[in-house]
Design a protein. Structure first.
Length: 255
C-alpha cells in the first residue's frame, strides 16, 4: 500500500483506532472518508477536522452498507482503499443463559460486516490502481481471552478470511492487508482506555503508519506489542501465553 495519494473509506472511524488512523492518513496526503453509525459524531468530526468527509454506515446492517457504498462511490469515484475497522467486543458468560444475543451480535458486526463490505466494494476496487482492502483482526485471533469467546472466534475467522481472499483478490489487483492490533487504550471495553498493559493509542497509530510506509507489500501489519500473541504457537509458548493472558486484569488484556 502506498502511504499517500489514496482515497480511503474507513467504516468505524468515529473514535479509537479508526479515527487515529484516519487523521494520520489525511495528514499524509490521502483523501479520507470516515464512516459510523452516529450522525452527530460524524458531523462533529467533519467540523473539527477540515477536509475529512463522512458517511453514515451501520456495518451490522446490510442495507446500510449498500446505501453507504453507493454514496461513497458517487462522491468519491477515485476510492481505492477500504479499511473494515468497525467492530464490537463484549464479555460473555457461556455458563449462563444470556450469552446468545451478544454472541450473535458480535458475529453480525465483526464477521458479516467485513464480508458485506468486500461484496459492496470489490467490483469497484478491481478497477482502481493501487487498490487495497484492509481487514482488522486481533492478537486474540491467535490466543483467546476467556471472557470474550465469540470476539476471539470472529477475529480468528477474519484472519483466515484475509488469508483466503488474498489468494483470489491479489491476482485480480486488490491488495489485502490484515491489521493485527494488540490491546490498545481505547473504549472498546470498559476500563481499557486506562489500562497500563494496553498500548497508548497514539503510539499504536504511529507505529502502524511507520509499518505501512516501510512495508508497502505487507500481508500483515504487526506492531511490536502483538508478537507475543501472534507467534505464541510457532514459538512453542502457547500454553504459557494463554495462562499469562488470562491471569491478567481482564480489562487490561482485552484487544
Amino acid at each position: 500500500m502506498n502511504i499517500t495519494g489514496n482515497t480511503v473509506f474507513i467504516p468505524g472511524a468515529t473514535s479509537g483506532i479508526g479515527l487515529a488512523l484516519a487523521l494520520r492518513l489525511q495528514a499524509r496526503g490521502n483523501t479520507v472518508i470516515v464512516g459510523g453509525r452516529r450522525t452527530e459524531r460524524l458531523e462533529r468530526i467533519v467540523a473539527e477536522h477540515s477536509g475529512l468527509d463522512a458517511v453514515r454506515i451501520d456495518t451490522a446492517d446490510g442495507d446500510s452498507i449498500q446505501t453507504a457504498a453507493t454514496q461513497v462511490l458517487a462522491d468519491h469515484p477515485d476510492l481505492n482503499v477500504v479499511v473494515a475497522m468497525a467492530g464490537i467486543m463484549q464479555a460473555e458468560d457461556w455458563t449462563g443463559p444470556d450469552f446468545l444475543a451478544t454472541a450473535e451480535r458480535t458475529v453480525t458486526t465483526n464477521l458479516h460486516g467485513p464480508i458485506r463490505l468486500v461484496a459492496a466494494f470489490v467490483e469497484h476496487l478491481r478497477t482502481r490502481p493501487g487498490a487495497v482492502f484492509v481487514t482488522v483482526s486481533s492478537g486474540l485471533a491467535h490466543v483467546p481471552l476467556r471472557v470474550t469467546p465469540t470476539y476471539n472466534a470472529t477475529k480468528a475467522a477474519i484472519h483466515q478470511l484475509s488469508e483466503g481472499i488474498r489468494l483470489q483478490l491479489e491476482p485480480a489487483g486488490v491488495q489485502v492487508i490484515e491489521l493485527v492490533p494488540p490491546a490498545v487504550r481505547t473504549t472498546l471495553m470498559p476500563g481499557q482506555e486506562d489500562s497500563p498493559i494496553a498500548q497508548p493509542l497514539d503510539a499504536f497509530a504511529d507505529e502502524v503508519m511507520d509499518l505501512l510506509e516501510a512495508q508497502p507489500d505487507a500481508h500483515e501489519i504487526l506492531v511490536e506489542g502483538v508478537g507475543f500473541l501472534r507467534f505464541a504457537r510457532e514459538r512453542g509458548v502457547y500454553d504459557a501465553t494463554l495462562a499469562r493472558l488470562n491471569a491478567s486484569d481482564p480489562h487490561a488484556a482485552r484487544v
